[in-house]
Design a protein. Structure first.
Lengths: 361, 361
């Protein structure tokens, strides 16, 4: 049950710093199996999109990760993995794919719609996800920039939110988006959730390639023109890419377009987790009263302990008398902290960078 | 200022199970630097005894550790390191040395005194220690079995105690020992300390070799006779050793001899620590509000943390938001626990043995 003319765009970037030392710039989060299902986040993302897009998938990743991405997704052609010469945030990554698809649509007179989905999120109910994407694609064909709004399960201060407006006429459950709001404080997030009007912005955008690029052009004509120039002459990628601004698609397009009444949303009532840190990983893995092992359970001996243990070095780990602890054991670096302090892991990475330990970060 | 005719006997045994994974049967506690001074406990023991015994030192250790002991104490002759064919506890180890020394005293018509001191204790004031041994040796020449009683600094339930009796006439501070008592409960230990009559039994015994063996013979004539037979015919060690009982010198000799009024004690008011577990190691290393690193401090990045970290694998260790934590990182095994649970480390070792992981224990 694929969607006609639907292309899945998968930006695969970001070091996942708060998941250090498992995730690093050289081996980022999306290349890891963080669910214990034997499949990496990237592999799971591709599998989730296959029923919608078949082989119409474009992964956009850094030069240094291109080989790893191709190794994990051997069914994709070489052309399906676009390499960014340097990190330029999500607008450039998704915009590059959009420019290629816009060109292809014009050359072959096709009606294409693209949907962009991060390579490192976990979705526990793929059927419901696929349903939401189908509804989003239908609205996108009407010319909307469509985002999937995740039903918030708690007042998280870690995500951006979107405010839902009136239903679209004949929009099969799609609503106008009034505004996007950045990560709120917990009290504000509580108001959002209580109001029933707000949903999490999971960065899932569905649109015609031309709609997306035209919206970008309204804000930054040079940006859109440069992306279109690269699509016209792919050999100029190395020359033109460094000129692109580093900006997220949310700020570059979604926020101004929402203010102009051009964004719609469809509800996504599936389980979603961005696994931003080891606390989130603990929630994902389950039972809070036990030690959750991501990897070989036989490598861990736990007594009177709970938390998350990642044995990724082949060594035996003994854990006694600690609750909500986080132990991540890799061949060259060890992290010991608590789920409560999971956000502070990025400070360690910053400190290591200051010390010039690029080998570890 | 050595003591005439004084021999230091150093039983070097015990796996130090509660210091796993640093200390193991294949690499026991006494072979490690647990003080951060760049010298192992065995090396420090030998240095502490040198002013008293010069090169009159006998180390008694297991076959498998003989090479390591000799490598750490290169100034000792091959004959100075006695190898036990199998572990037989402290009476056999010290008794073997005593039997050799008794024989030598007789053959050369010498008046010898031996003092036995564990290879894996830490003594922070060696001058005061050496003074106590001198006074103990003087009482030993009068025919006493003399033990050095450590001034207790807190009501520890982890040590045995001895009860001091009346002063010996002309004994220069030596007292009779009324009794030895096994590890008490904390309330009982509190009474002991409050009474001022009790001291810690640190297993330091000083006596003429013949006095020690005769006291043993009173309890177990075969045991003493077998030790003397080995000293007479060293080639029979392998044949006779397995017949020896596994018993501590405290039970085999000290307790019954005290009951018979044959044991004296001199006070030892020096800093003493048996470093039995990682909590004791933490106390030894100092400041309780910081992370104490035994090893390369540059390998550890700590934030809002306190406790003991042993980086013994060359890896970088990051520690965030944990108090009184214990992290011991070796090439094949990692321990994460708290100082409070330090005693339970031996349960992990037992569990690993049950799993047949002799490679790790």
């Amino acid at each position: 049950m694929h969607i006609d003319g639907f292309w899945a765009v998968v930006p695969a970037g970001g070091a996942g710093t708060r998941l250090w030392p498992l995730s690093r710039s050289g081996s980022p989060k999306f290349l890891h199996d963080l669910t214990g299902r034997g499949r990496t986040l990237l592999e799971q993302t591709r599998e989730r999109l296959a029923p919608l897009a078949e082989d119409r998938v474009l992964v956009v990743t850094g030069e240094r990760h291109r080989a790893a991405v191709r190794a994990q997704l051997p069914d994709l052609s070489a052309e399906a993995v676009l390499a960014e010469p340097s990190p330029r945030d999500s607008m450039a990554a998704i915009g590059l794919a959009a420019a290629h698809l816009e060109r292809q649509a014009r050359e072959h007179d096709q009606d294409l719609v693209l949907g962009s989905f991060a390579a490192d999120h976990v979705i526990t109910e793929p059927d419901i996800f696929q349903d939401a994407v189908r509804r989003a694609a239908a609205a996108a064909r009407e010319g909307w920039l469509v985002t999937i709004g995740i039903e918030p399960t708690f007042p998280s201060p870690a995500f951006g939110y979107l405010q839902q407006g009136e239903p679209l006429p004949g929009g099969a459950g799609a609503h106008r988006v009034r505004q996007f709001v950045e990560k709120p404080s917990v009290p504000v997030a509580e108001e959002y959730v209580a109001s029933g009007e707000y949903r999490w912005n999971a960065g899932m955008f569905v649109a015609r390639p031309q709609v997306l690029l035209d919206l970008l052009a309204e804000q930054d004509p040079d940006f859109a023109a440069t992306l279109r120039a690269i699509a016209a002459e792919p050999d100029r990628l190395g020359e033109l890419w460094p000129r692109l601004p580093r900006i997220a698609i949310d700020h570059a397009v979604a926020e101004p377009a929402a203010a102009a009444g051009r964004v719609a949303t469809v509800p996504g009532d599936f389980g979603w987790e961005d696994v931003g840190d080891f606390d989130a990983l603990g929630s994902l893995l389950g039972d809070q009263d036990r030690v959750q092992v991501l990897g070989d359970g036989d490598a861990v001996l736990a007594r009177d302990a709970s938390g998350v243990v990642v044995p990724a070095s082949g060594r035996t780990i003994a854990l006694i008398g600690l609750d909500d602890v986080v132990v991540v054991d890799t061949p060259d670096a060890l992290l010991v902290t608590t789920r409560e302090r999971a956000q502070d892991v990025k400070q360690v990475v910053a400190a290591l960078k200051e010390r010039g330990r690029d080998d570890l970060t």
